[in-house]
Design a protein around this ligand. Sequence first.
Ligand code: MN
Length: 193
Amino acid sequence: MTLKDYQKKRDFRASPEPKGKEKPAKGEPRKFVVQKHQATQLHYDFRLELDGVLKSWAVPKGPSMDPSVKRLAVQVEDHPIEYADFEGVIPKGEYGGGTVMVWDTGTWRQNGDAREGLQKGSLKFELNGKKLKGGWALVHMKGRGEKNWLLIKENDPYADRKGDVLEKYPDSALSGWSLQEITEKAQNERTAG
Ligand code: MN
C-alpha cells in the first residue's frame, strides 16, 4: 500500500492537508473517520485504517442507518492516517477544493479478515463512532467498474429506518462546528495571518 497517488494529486504548499507518510500496520482497535466534504458537490468520505493507511471511499449521498438503503461508495486513493484529524479548507483550484469536516470519528473492528474481504469485495465490520454504530458492510458491485462499492447498514439494534442521521447530526464530531463555521474560521485565520 502506498500514498504515492495521494501525494501526487496534491500541492502541499497550497493545501493545509497533511502530506503524511505510511505507518507500520497495527492491530485493533483501528481508526475510522467520515469526512463531510463540501467540494464542487457535497459528499462524504468514508475511511478505514488498515495496514498503516486509510482505505477510502467517496460516498456521494453519505451513510444511512436504514439497512434497506444501499449507498454508492466509490473507492479512492489511500489517505495517510493523519488525514483522520483533518478539518479545514482546501483552497479553491486545488484538488478537492472546499471545506472538510470530521463528521464522525471512532474505531472499527473487522468481522473476519479485512484484507481478504477487501480483495474479495465483501467487507463486514463494526463501527464505534459518535454517530455511526453497529454492523456495516461494504460490498463490491461486480461488473460495474472496479471502484464501485455499496455501503450498507446491517440489521441490528442500531439500525434506524425513520430518521436521517445526516440531517439529525449535521455538525463536526471533532469541533462541533458546521461547514459554514469551519469555512469562516479558516478565512479569519488567513486574514489574521
Ligand atoms: Mn472528498
